[in-house]
Design a protein around this ligand. Sequence first.
Ligand code: ADP
Length: 436
Amino acid sequence: MCALLILQNRIGRVVLYSIDTVKAKKLIKNKIIMRPVTSPDYLSCRISKEVEEQFNNSGDFFYQAIENADGVPYQLVFGPGIGEGYYLNVGYGIKQLFGVAPVEFTEDLFQRMIEEVIPLTEDISRDPVESRQKIIDGKIQKYKAEILVTTPSGEKKWIRDTSITLIDDKTGKATGLMGIFFDISEHKQTLLQLEKAMEKATESDRLKTAFLNNLPHEIRTPLNAIVGFSTLLGEPGQNMDNRLEFRDIITHSSDHLLEIVDDVVEISKIEAKIVRFIKKEVNINQMLQRVYDRFKPAADEKNILLRYDAPFDENGIIIITDGYKLFQSLNNLLSNAVKFTQEGKVEFGYSLKGDKVEFYVSDTGIGISVEHQPNIFKPFYQVESSSTQRTEGTGLGLSIAKAYVELLRGEIWFNSEPGEGSVFCFNIPDTRQVND
Ligand code: ADP
């Protein structure tokens, strides 16, 4: 058995010694050694004089080994105050880490670069001045922290600073530090992304749970209406007006029930990534007419104007896309526009913009407050506030529209002003086939 000793020589360089354990213990007892590292068994002492010589004075190699591990070794000699010390033997990696040459790196510069300190052990403080005082007072022998710095060129970097305190053997006072800087910016970035992804997953899980808890109520409401009004419809003595009204309620409730089931099935398929893109010829003007016919009765009932703008002649244009998903995307936007508009108008249409076909759906409805705008495309998200009573819906319409538009290789976006209305737009590639 032998021991590896890390010592500091006269000029302040780190020197790695290999000696037998008895000798090591003796040196420790006499407080000559700063830090012993017991070697593993395979490093037996049966080494030649030449090799031993190499081990003695191996400080430079030791530094190189640290730099090879992408660490930047340093020694800091304390000055009278923080920022007044100076660095010795700073690794060349400092240039890449902070963009400064080893000779330009001063304690004052480093202190000015510090933005935030995250201590990795309990005794270390977030305040560098407080930690330094503790080091001087001998309360911290090993320093370990993650530090956010802004380099002189303005770049933000996360580093891990680990150091041990150098003690003057004669006075017993802390004279400086010997440590290593590691660049952990990439690692921090990954952690941050992971945290965000976790937050997102937790949020969507919460919304999904809230929806599933509410699902029995969502389904029971239209189902109760269907069962109740079907029974009334069959009762003798109901006049024609009543019967027509009951029939409308049953039709509306069935549609709503179907919408819930369709949405839940569709979002499950989207989440399972099993939705396929089925291409076929789609006449856009005819599609707009179908959407219009579908929402006209609801708009009339609310006394709001519904109109669409179809350019080109009555034949419109024919593109190659997935017609069902395009129709469904428009349908979901129109459904919201009519649902959230109490007076005024709902307009929709399309135009050619570069190599895209751009669709829009505008309304003069309640609009969406800035606070809710970032969330409305999230599955199961619904705006609820004291001023807007909860409307029928699953909170899935927009997330399905967004997933469909993206599947059609397009983008979706919106502008909304609370109390004024909203405009939702999306585009898809212009895939018209040119006929000779
Ligand atoms: P929902 O089934 O609730 O309509 P969506 O995903 O389609 O679900 O919409 C999410 C939420 O976004 C709605 O609950 C509503 O609060 C808001 N929203 C969507 N479109 C509009 C609109 N045109 N006007 C006002 N609010 C809207």
